[in-house]
Write a protein that binds this ligand. Structure first.
Ligand code: COA
Length: 333
């Protein structure tokens, strides 16, 4: 990777946006048979934000998060060269990134969607950094945004308790190699287990009468929770260790563990496997649930606002989810 680097990459600013109304575990218990106690003890989630009404969409959340990040560093949107939208719930299957590009006024940027479910932000961060390493681009906006509430079967208690809607953005800029803060990455996919977590397309059995053409529709989220849990706890520590080994970095040197916010028990189990103190885990999923591609930048933005992360801190970021896909990025802040 490093042999192609002519310059480094660093994160300049973050921003996030969440729907205004909160849906508690108690609210969920009025629509499916569950309880606050069951949800909290199995997942660590207390409440989530869901996009309600017809007047707001994933685009609005993504635009709001992006503008907050731009405002923090007083960057004019025309300075952006690229906009990457990590999402699995776009408003348009052809992609929603260009709508964000136009709404924020990033008139000089090319924009595309990147679909990798809950690993989408990690893959987008790595993708963005490659454009910066090679000198192709100078300023890149990466937005992780998902509104999975529209793909949830609200009568399925095994999935509807988990997810929330949100968007969060980071702005990356090229810098000299000595200031590079995206230190290394490690990415993986295993499509053999794609069925463990999917929003599958179902083809109609009856074809078009004249064309013999089968069309269809997307179904709700389906998930084998136990298998996804085992996969995350087994694979994510291996990916993190590969990254740390490649940097000759010890576990003790890690200041923050920022994992995809899927489940508090998964976060704790991964930290325990790595012998990382639970004090180093960044976690906010009790308030937002699993916000898919938004979860990591949302937690990052919040940790920065709380002044948790200091200059030069080592942050190990790992995403995992449908695909199955998982991966790690190590940052020096
Ligand atoms: N409320 C109450 N009971 C529930 C429930 C709910 N919301 N959901 C499931 N149950 C019941 C089940 O029906 C089952 O009952 P039974 O024993 O009578 O059959 C029992 O609770 C145990 O179900 P199980 O699926 O074995 O629970 P679990 O301990 O595996 O926890 C998850 C379920 C979903 C919380 C857990 O598997 C998980 O978090 N997996 C990872 C999912 C994830 O993070 N996905 C996204 C990754 S990006």
């Amino acid at each position: 990777m490093k042999s192609f680097m002519i310059q480094g990459a660093k994160i300049l600013a973050t921003g996030s946006a969440i729907p205004s109304s909160s849906t508690t575990n108690h609210d969920i218990s009025t629509i499916v048979q569950t309880s606050d106690e069951w949800i909290f003890t199995r997942t660590g989630i207390k409440e989530r934000r869901l996009l309600k009404g017809v007047d707001q969409s994933i685009i609005d959340l993504a635009v709001s998060a992006s503008k907050k990040a731009l405002d923090k560093i007083a960057m004019h949107p025309s300075q952006l060269d690229l906009v990457i939208l990590a999402t699995s719930s776009p408003d348009d299957l052809f992609g929603s990134a260009s709508k964000i590009q136009s709404k924020i006024g990033a008139s000089n940027a090319v924009a595309f969607d990147l679909t990798a479910a809950c690993s989408g932000f990690v893959l987008s961060l790595v993708t963005a950094s490659q454009f910066l390493y090679t000198g192709a681009y100078r300023n890149i906006l990466v937005v992780g945004a998902d509104t999975l509430s529209k793909w949830i079967d609200w009568s399925d208690r095994s999935t509807c308790i988990l997810f929330g809607d949100a968007a969060a953005a980071v702005i990356l800029q090229s810098c000299s190699i000595v200031d590079n803060s995206v230190l290394t990455f490690q990415l993986n996919s295993d499509g053999n287990y794609a069925n463990h977590l999917s929003i599958a397309y179902e083809t109609d059995i009856i074809p078009h009468p004249k064309l013999n053409l089968h069309q269809g529709y997307f179904k709700y989220i389906s998930m084998n929770g136990k298998e996804v849990y085992k996969f995350a706890v087994f694979q994510v520590p291996l990916s993190i260790l590969k990254c740390l080994n490649s940097l000759n970095m010890s576990i003790e040197e890690v200041d923050w563990l920022l994992l995809h916010q899927a489940n508090e028990r998964i976060l704790n189990a991964i930290a325990e496997k790595l012998s990382i103190s639970s004090k180093k885990i960044i976690s906010n999923l009790c308030k937002y649930g699993n916000t898919s591609a938004a979860s990591i930048p949302l937690a990052l933005d919040e940790a920065i606002k709380q002044n948790k992360i200091l200059s030069n801190d080592i942050i190990v970021i790992a995403g995992f989810g449908a695909g199955l896909t998982w991966g790690t990025v190590v940052l020096r802040w």
